[in-house]
Design a protein around this ligand. Structure first.
Ligand code: KPL
Length: 396
């Protein structure tokens, strides 16, 4: 029996074979292919959203870019501050203009359900290339504000912290697999600090890894909009973007999840900058408890079984080295979770520590330490929110 005949009869390819195939497909598939609509919309104009918008605008022959703003007040601030995004890199600030602005007001959501659409006029043209950089917990309401403008041919590039978001978007925003847009996942390790409404500092240089999410309907082709978005990101040296196979992307996502599951809640609870987590043995002991639990869950995940070297890639020693290296590289930063908690905003804990708790539960592993820090961070945010609200003078 010839080898090709034997492999044709095998029902599934191994993860290794899939990885090699995927790389070949990536190499072949990012070639030029015209898209009729080159406009890139950016939903979520936080620090990463601003860095991406600024970077893409600085490309030779830049694409048209629309910033989607979620409230009218932001349009006023945009106009008042010169209609530019400013990025400071190594002490030099560069301003870029030429962005278009659109209003995309999220609907009113209560207990996870849309209860009312807000009466703001919004554009109704198709959005074919969308970069989504909102916080994980705002994803649902942000996407509901533009859902009517997205179609199967569109691609959404998710550039966010945390995991489990795409699954939630499939279920809650686009339940019909036929009309669901294509999804590209991006993991970025750039450190960007907000300095004002329209100014950020690019403080930590990192990379951006991108990969197409497999569709549930079995369609494995790369749509032109996904290729176009990935190609455009790859053209930007500042983003240091690479395209990756789904298997590799998943592992990078999990590594980033572990980093965020330690640095973010610990800095939020200790109210300190990332660098303060180093050189403190009590912090190291607590960190090791979190990492040990994450390792047990990750190594048992069904989607990683069969991938070579999982045990060493997700060993406690390697992950600890990674966490400490990120804390060092971003030592001057306040983590996004600390910033959220201090402002009384919902932290991303459900998509970080909560994701590990949930996946652990599915596998019969109780992640009590993850659960504990998640509860404490959320409790702290709640207390701060109450203090903030009590401070608001009420008009009688
Ligand atoms: O991703 C981050 C965050 O703050 O969310 C780290 C890597 C911890 C940098 O601050």
């Amino acid at each position: 029996m010839s080898r090709s005949f034997a492999s044709r009869n095998e029902p599934d390819t191994s993860p290794e074979e899939e990885h090699i195939e995927e790389h070949a497909r990536i190499a072949q598939q990012y070639g030029e292919e015209e898209v009729t609509n080159k406009r890139i919309h950016i939903l979520g104009i936080g620090s990463i959203g601003k860095l991406v918008a600024h970077t893409l605008r600085g490309l030779p022959s830049p694409p048209p870019i629309s910033l989607l703003l979620h409230r009218r007040g932001l349009i006023e601030s945009w106009k008042a501050q010169g209609e530019a995004i400013n990025v400071t890199t190594r002490g030099t600030t560069e301003s870029r203009r030429g962005f278009d602005i659109e209003l995309a007001v999220p609907p009113v959501v209560s207990h996870g359900q849309v209860v009312a659409h807000q009466d703001e006029e919004s554009d109704s043209e198709w959005i074919d290339n969308l970069v989504l950089t909102v916080k994980a917990n705002s994803t649902f309401s942000a996407l509901m504000s533009v859902k009517h403008r997205l179609r199967r041919e569109s691609t959404i590039l998710f550039l966010q912290n945390g995991m489990g978001i795409v699954e939630e978007v499939k279920e809650r925003v686009f339940p019909d697999p036929e009309s669901r847009p294509h999804f590209v996942l991006g993991i970025t390790s750039h450190g960007v600090r907000a300095e004002g409404d329209w100014t950020v500092t690019h403080a930590g240089y990192g990379t951006t890894v991108l990969g197409l999410v497999k569709r549930d309907d079995g369609d494995r082709s790369y749509p032109p909009t996904a290729k176009y978005l990935i190609r455009t990101f790859l053209r930007a040296p500042v983003l240091a973007a690479v395209a990756s196979s789904p298997t590799e992307l998943l592992q990078i996502q999990l590594e980033k999840l572990v980093v965020n599951s330690v640095i973010n809640p610990m800095t939020a609870l200790l109210d300190c900058r990332n660098g303060a987590l180093k050189h403190n043995f009590d912090v190291t002991r607590a960190m090791r408890l979190l990492i040990a639990e994450a390792c047990v869950v990750i190594r048992a995940l069904p989607e990683l079984q069969g991938i070579p070297d999982i045990a060493s890639r997700f060993s406690a020693e390697r992950l600890e080295t990674m966490v400490v290296a990120v804390a060092d590289r971003t030592k001057e930063n306040m983590s996004s979770m600390l910033v959220d908690v201090r402002a009384g905003r919902n932290p991303e804990t459900p998509y970080i520590n909560g994701y590990l708790v949930k996946r652990g539960e599915e596998l019969g592993i109780q992640c009590v330490i993850q659960y504990f820090v998640k509860a404490l961070v959320e409790a702290k945010q709640n207390m701060i929110l109450q203090e903030i609200n009590q401070g608001i003078p009420l008009v009688g």
